[in-house]
Design a protein around this ligand. Structure first.
Ligand code: NAD
Ligand code: GLY
Length: 362
């Protein structure tokens, strides 16, 4: 694997590189062009800081960054935490040309990104994702935000980073359950646009779980390629980008219904994708064999394949009705057309959806 191998998110003047490789946190030259002469705030979490904060701070030298170390967990993704970070920026007298660096998983990235998007109407952001999920998904594409008790990611802005630094070495300290959760989003990419990649994932499930370096690097790179391409085509989700939400309407309802933090986001997405596949099957869009293949891959990866019993079908329906994809009162769902192809559907059969919610249970 090369040290650094950059992809580009093609958004014209707002385009940016995604550096993927090993030992990148220590690579001063990747950070220097974005921080020289500026005030820098690193936002990280209690778990990530002891592993990687020092290395990052060394790489920023001679700049001495301010630091905010957040408590861990999805339940921290709130307006209160947002306010806490903004308070720090104001107390330290940060001006509009400052830079925020998000060092951590998707929770840290979404909060720091939201602050960067709002502080003085928008300041620079560098994403340094340290979970598999954040490397393949949340650090790329500019979606930022926090949760509301009534709905996931309900408050936020689009705000693209100036650079993403995905240091594969950071994945070594990730707990296995978090690693598995990241693999759920990896499977999502394959299902929406890339059947050969899906077959490759089936073949390499064991190596991916064992975090075999070359295999994992290939998966991260392929996901970032797909995401960069989709974001470049549809930055603000007026069409194609919605495909990246396969399983997420179900998944977000599971997360909110259980209470944030009970299930990992990736776990809820895996169960949500199985529900979306089940509904696609009921509507004759995919075969039972294809549906079984999806479920089997998630089972091999050690991920949930059904909606938890605690969230009733009625609660799921109510929570799903608050989804951001609801348009003019109509719920839109991402459904599969085949393995490797998906589309946005409003004309799904409501009775089939109710059957899925009743029967696709953990
Ligand atoms: P997370 O940020 O909660 O991280 C998971 C856990 O792993 C945390 O306890 C964290 O401290 C710890 N951790 C992180 N890096 C580590 C490392 N290298 N070693 C050891 N521990 C480490 O969860 P996540 O799965 O990274 O992200 C989920 C969040 O991302 C959700 O809030 C989800 O909504 C959001 N998300 C956003 C987008 C987007 O486009 N913005 C896309 C997908 C998901
Ligand atoms: N994770 C979905 C998106 O970035 O659009």
């Amino acid at each position: 694997m090369p040290d650094s191998d950059a992809l580009q998110v093609g958004l014209g003047r707002r385009g940016y590189p995604i550096h993927i490789g090993r030992g990148l946190i220590r690579r001063r030259e990747l950070l220097a062009p974005h921080i020289e002469g500026r005030q820098v705030l690193v936002v990280t979490s209690e778990t990530v800081a002891p592993h990687y904060l020092e290395a990052l701070v060394d790489a920023l030298s001679p700049t001495r960054p301010e630091q905010v170390v957040l408590k861990d967990g999805e339940e921290q993704k709130t307006l209160d935490t947002f306010r806490h970070v903004v308070d720090r920026l104001l107390e330290a007298g940060f001006s509009r040309d400052c830079v925020l660096i998000a060092l951590g998983g998707g929770v840290v990235g979404d909060i720091a990104g939201f602050v960067a998007g709002c502080y003085q109407r928008g300041v620079s952001l560098i994403q340094v994702p340290t979970t598999l999920l954040a490397q393949v998904d949340s650090s790329v594409g500019g979606k930022t935000g926090v949760n509301h008790p009534l709905g996931k990611n309900m408050i936020g802005v689009f705000h693209q980073p100036v650079c993403v630094i995905a240091d594969m070495d950071t994945l070594a300290t990730l707990p296995l359950a978090e690693h598995r959760a990241g693999l759920a989003e990896v499977v999502k990419y394959a299902l929406i646009v890339d059947l050969p990649f899906f077959a490759w994932l089936e073949e390499h499930a064991g190596a991916l779980l064992a975090r075999e370096a070359e295999t994992l690097a290939h998966a991260v790179r392929r996901c970032c390629e797909i995401k960069a391409e989709i974001v470049a085509r549809d930055e603000r989700e007026s069409g194609t980008r919605a495909l990246l939400n396969l399983g997420h309407t179900f998944g977000h309802a599971i997360e909110a219904g259980l209470g944030y933090g009970r299930w990992r986001h990736g776990e809820a997405v895996a169960a949500g994708i199985c529900a979306a596949a089940d509904l696609s099957r009921r509507m004759g869009r995919i075969t039972t064999a294809e549906c079984d293949r999806i479920r089997a891959l998630f089972e091999r990866l050690g991920l949930p394949t059904g909606i938890p019993q605690e969230v009733s079908p009625a609660a799921m329906l109510e929570l799903m009705a608050r989804d951001k994809k609801v348009e003019r009162g109509r719920l839109r769902l991402i459904l599969l057309r085949s393995l490797g192809a998906a589309d946005i559907s409003t004309d799904f059969d409501p009775e089939a959806l109710r059957s899925t919610l009743r029967e696709c249970r953990a």
